[in-house]
Write a protein that binds this ligand. Structure first.
Ligand code: FAD
Length: 627
């Protein structure tokens, strides 16, 4: 497996706050995921063979996926340690789980492949935190219904509504717990980006993609230097500190390799009782978990095999532009969970890959394609734009604005994905435009961090973007006509964002740049963050949170709730921590009435009727009316 290199310039371009504040290299021979080409290392199958896939492997997993096959059980454990709860992975989800379980009285171990915990980004999208409510963003029950259903629609109805309901009900109080307990006492503050909005309109009903304005960001304590991600990295660090204060022990450079279920590594019956970890010298330590294990191993974006199989559209992008610093994210938790009977969400998996159409961010300025023609309603949030961009011929397209763009920016939606605002002196800008003062224009572009070319005529503009001048003129005439009429007959863009392109100079930029961040498919489970088996029963002793938790996203990352990823990590980390700390260790199996019936009636169909091909009526079951 090739580990893609982390490119600072991409992160800077994105402005997404990918600070690897604590990102660390491996420096670990035995522990390095790159050291083995497959997380299923230990499998007896050779690459040329087809293999027996675990029951939970999603339909479409290639039969040759040796990395997916259940490996031989690790036998040479050299050391054993015992805790109530073992958390695998120290990202936001794992830290929230550890802090919560420890706070609830459990003895906790956190094992982490890398040499420190992981964090990136800064937005966290919750519902009804105290700060949101105090700032006029209180959501009623009906608002929460709307949000949850909008998310469900956005995911093509392929996610688990129960998970969204839990988020809708408790993410605000989970955020309050974090802020009030750990952050406020240390001087962190909270901000809601672009709120209150500069202009009056309804960001939910007034948008093609509703914007629920859930995101909050942390500011750093006074006197501390704010990096690209403000107070977020420090805030994540406070979770680690809090977990430690409550007795949690951290074992960095320990990579979880196999779960122990029913006394067996990779066992498929009974309770999950621990995990075997590999240390930096290649030896194995068994962490017994008397109450249970919480998987929080993140995604599998750094595992090329898994990307090809489960998120193929992004596999190449993940190699070329993976901006995720967590090179430990190779899908270990996904595999360990399946090997003991867990079920993977269907594929292809959703992903996070942000980009913007141009230097003016994902603000809805005119876009033209490689031939100078308009191709979309430009009013699309960042991530959704990346999806569309990938389909464009040569992946080339141009964002075009005119000299009035600084005044228009405020009408952009408060959406996720690199919005720009103009903080310069607007009179100075207008004067420079009026007089054609190139030096001032260029200085102000630089000051605003905007990298755009400009042209004083449509011909020059056409030359700059390599399109036919007559076609471009036609596009501009039509678009400007719509702008003046206040009605976009071609794509229905809202009048308030139909800005004519008619006042030179014309500014243009091409992005074609977007970056892969992570995958968002994982193991199926319950609203209590328990992993489930093929019969839908919770696997005793196994919980999960973060990107290894499935059914939270499908198709696309929902930018209608900015910061949802972090919020789900926090909430389900907390749910998993609470559940694991309170677990009854004597519970070893959940009885499935259906499984018992099915075993006795292998040919019976699920509705209780006869199997279509001569199976006969199931024993004891009256065929229902529809059967
Ligand atoms: C540039 C960038 C910006 C982002 N900005 C935002 C944002 O503003 N808002 C938002 O909501 N989301 C954002 N995201 C996404 C968000 O950061 C992640 O989805 C989220 O942090 C994932 O948290 P996690 O705990 O699931 O996983 P991670 O933080 O990835 O942590 C998983 C950890 O598990 C460890 N691990 C893996 N396998 C093993 C193993 N076998 N044994 C032990 N340890 C293991 C890994 O090394 C890693 O440390 C951004 C992502 C990127 C890349």
């Amino acid at each position: 497996m090739k580990a893609p290199t982390f490119e600072m310039n991409r992160r800077s371009f994105l402005g997404l706050g990918a600070t690897a504040a604590v990102a660390a290299g491996f420096g670990l021979a035995g522990c390095s995921p790159q050291a083995s080409s497959s997380a299923g290392e230990g499998s007896t199958a050779s690459a040329a063979q087809t293999v027996e896939l675990p029951v939970g492997a999603p339909k479409g997993t290639p039969k040759t996926a040796t990395w997916c096959a259940v490996p031989e059980a690790i036998a040479d454990v050299v050391e054993e340690k015992s805790f109530d709860v073992v958390v695998v992975g120290a990202g936001l989800a794992g830290l929230a789980a550890a802090a919560t379980a420890a706070e609830n009285g459990a003895t906790v171990a956190v094992i982490e492949t890398l040499s420190t915990y992981q964090t990136r980004g800064q937005d966290i999208g919750t519902v009804n935190s105290s700060f949101q409510k105090a700032n006029g963003l209180e959501a009623s029950e009906s608002d929460i219904n709307d949000m949850c259903l909008a998310l469900q629609r956005y995911a093509g109805n392929r996610t688990d509504q129960r998970l969204y309901r839990v988020w809708g009900q408790r993410s605000g109080s989970d955020f309050d717990w974090w802020y009030n307990t750990m952050l406020e006492p240390k001087g962190y503050g909270i901000e809601i980006p672009r709120w209150p909005m500069e202009v009056e309109y309804d960001p939910v009903d007034g948008e093609w993609f509703p914007q629920f304005c859930n995101q909050q960001e942390f500011t750093v304590p006074e006197g501390e230097e704010a990096g690209m991600n403000g107070g977020f990295p420090g805030a994540v660090g406070e979770l680690e500190a809090y977990a430690k204060e409550h007795g949690a022990e951290f074992f960095y450079e320990h990579r979880g390799r196999q779960l122990v279920r029913g006394g067996q590594p990779n066992g498929t019956e009974g309770r999950v009782e621990g995990v075997i970890a590999e240390t930096s010298d290649g030896s194995y330590v068994k962490f017994t978990a008397t109450k249970g294990v919480i998987l929080a191993t993140g995604d599998y974006g750094h595992n090329e095999d898994m990307m090809q199989a489960w998120c193929p559209s992004q596999a190449q992008l993940a190699i070329d532009t993976n901006v995720y610093p967590s090179t430990g994210n190779v899908g270990d938790g996904h595999l360990m969970g399946m090997w003991i009977g867990g079920m993977m969400q269907g594929i292809p998996h959703a992903y996070m890959a942000h980009g913007t159409p141009g230097s003016l961010g994902s603000d809805p300025f005119l876009l033209v394609d490689i031939n100078g023609r308009r191709f979309t309603n430009e009013d699309i949030p960042g991530q959704s734009f990346s999806d569309l961009a990938e389909e464009q011929p040569q992946t080339v397209f141009w964002q075009i604005a005119d000299a009035k763009y600084p005044e228009q920016l405020k009408w952009s939606s408060p959406t996720h994905g690199a919005q720009m605002s103009f903080s310069g002196d607007i009179d100075a800008w207008n004067a420079a435009i009026e007089t054609g003062d190139k030096a001032t224009i260029e200085a102000m572009l630089t000051e605003q961090g905007v990298n755009m070319q400009y042209a004083w005529t449509v011909e020059e503009l056409a030359e700059g973007i390599h399109v036919d001048a007559a076609t471009l003129q036609e596009t501009l005439d039509r678009y400007n006509g719509f702008a003046h009429d206040g009605y976009d007959a071609d794509f229905g863009k809202q009048a308030k964002r139909l800005w004519p392109v008619e006042t030179p100079p014309y500014f243009y930029s091409s992005s074609g740049q977007w970056a892969f961040m992570l995958t968002m498919g994982g193991l199926k489970g319950t609203e209590k963050a328990e992993a489930i088996d093929a019969w839908g029963n919770p696997i005793p002793g196994l919980w999960m949170a973060g990107n290894v938790q499935g059914m939270r996203f499908a198709i696309d990352y929902p930018t209608i709730v900015c910061g949802l990823s972090h919020s789900l990590c926090l909430t389900f980390g907390r749910v998993a921590g609470e559940q694991a700390a309170a677990a009854d260790s004597s519970e070893t199996e959940h009885e499935s009435v259906y499984a018992v019936w099915k075993e006795a009636n292998p040919e019976g169909d699920a509705a209780g009727g006869a199997a279509p091909a001569g199976g006969g009526a199931p024993a004891g079951g009256d065929a229902p009316a529809q059967g």
